[in-house]
Design a protein around this ligand. Sequence first.
Ligand SMILES: [Zn+2]
Length: 333
Amino acid sequence: MTRTTPPRPLDVAAELPELAGLARTATRLHPRRGAPTVHDSSVGGPLLWPASEPWPMYEPVHGAYGPLTTLADIHSLRRISAQARSRPRAPGEGGPTERETEVIDRIRAGYAVELLPEGPLPLIPLVQLYARDVPGLPCPEGTDVLQVLWSPFDEIEGCSGAVQLRWRRSSDVREILAEPPEPAYVDQSDHVPTPCVLHPEQVREFPPVHLLTDEQAKRVEVWAEERSVDYQGALSVAPGWKLGGWPAHFTYRYPARSDELQCGECGGPVEALLTVDSSEWDGSSRSWRPVEDVDGHPYATCTPTVVTVGRGCTLQIYACVGSPSHLPRSIMQ
Ligand SMILES: [Zn+2]
């Protein structure tokens, strides 16, 4: 099923002609729970990975907070919780069974940090995007798929091996890696996506307020107040997981300075590539909720991936403009 963003409440380009030239096209990914294969575009799905190519690894510099958990435990816990929620129940009954409660308690107790082996750990798949599915994918010449992997530890910000990109040509992958390595333990279960298939949709965006000039921002503020409309929430940047477009709003810290927005490998400019969001919409961005999701279970549709960044903000992944294979820069916004 496709996903369709409702029309914006006002036409920014018509009402504020000075912003018309600043419109950008973003591709909302609209992840929804499913069972993607290596041949599908996905969040948290298996990757089309050549058997002969080393899997990306990263050693958490600051170790782990703990308690640790495992990928298998995380998926078991989510499966049990979903089963318990979906079971019909009479008033005053319900919730997990005694047996399920035992398993949940064991998983929640986790494992001691001391069990973490020394050395680098395999990254886990975050996103796989095929050009045929995702309009606007900025494929370097000769490639047609983007893969992003990251670390299930608390070090995804900055420019390190904790977040890695791979651009490849899918037809080059003859022998597919059948059993990718997995980290023995996970520190941040919030970084483990529940597998989702994608329903990409292109939308038009206008700059977040921090990227307007002071004069533009002032005029937008006055205009938005006159028209009783929320520029940030409803008219500028789409919420949720997306490709390209304008970078996410800064909600919990000051906007990044230009010297922060540089490639960590070559010092060159970076551009917004992928936005990883903690929800597909929230109270202030509710107008972006796809028309198909109006009758869905609110939890199942606005947090399909179950990924949470920080305390519910956004990880904006910026890629090097000159050399797309350089390590990306990630900023919590
Ligand atoms: Zn670079």
